[in-house]
Design a binder for this molecule. Structure first.
Ligand code: MN
Length: 133
């Protein structure tokens, strides 16, 4: 990672890449918006998930803000209910709070997420989600 730009920068759409294997039920599209490298620097991305795609359980060392753009999503923190996420909703996951997020079964879901870097990481991936309430 190279860190965030040192001056005003416009990043246009057009850099979509597939998420790595093994972090969601199927890979999803990721467009990087900010690629922080130093501790506390923000990383941001736009993610687009096909219907039914959900991430694995995971944590973010400094938390994550998820802002829903379009479609219909769902999210759950460990020990909590599955919550429906609609466009315009802003969801905060606390540092190291185990959770997942994804699309509902019949609608794609896209969101922007912002997560700060710690020791070069913004996420720690865990096991797949096995039961959807
Ligand atoms: Mn997350």
């Amino acid at each position: 990672m190279s860190g965030n730009p040192l001056q005003m920068t416009i990043r246009r759409p057009g850099n979509a890449a597939r998420s790595p294997e093994g972090v969601a039920s199927v890979p999803f599209w990721v467009e990087m918006l900010l690629e922080g490298a130093a501790d506390g620097e923000n990383t941001a991305m736009r993610a687009t998930l096909e219907p039914g795609t959900v991430t694995n359980w995971h944590t973010h060392p400094r938390g994550q803000l998820l802002y829903a753009l379009s479609g219909a999503g769902r999210a759950q923190r460990e020990g909590g209910p599955v919550e429906q996420i609609r466009p315009g909703d802003a969801v905060w996951f606390a540092p190291n709070e185990k959770h997942w997020h994804g699309a509902v079964d019949d609608t794609p879901f896209s969101y922007i997420s912002i997560q700060a870097t710690e020791a070069g990481r913004v996420v720690d991936w865990l096991e797949p989600v096995e039961v959807l309430a």
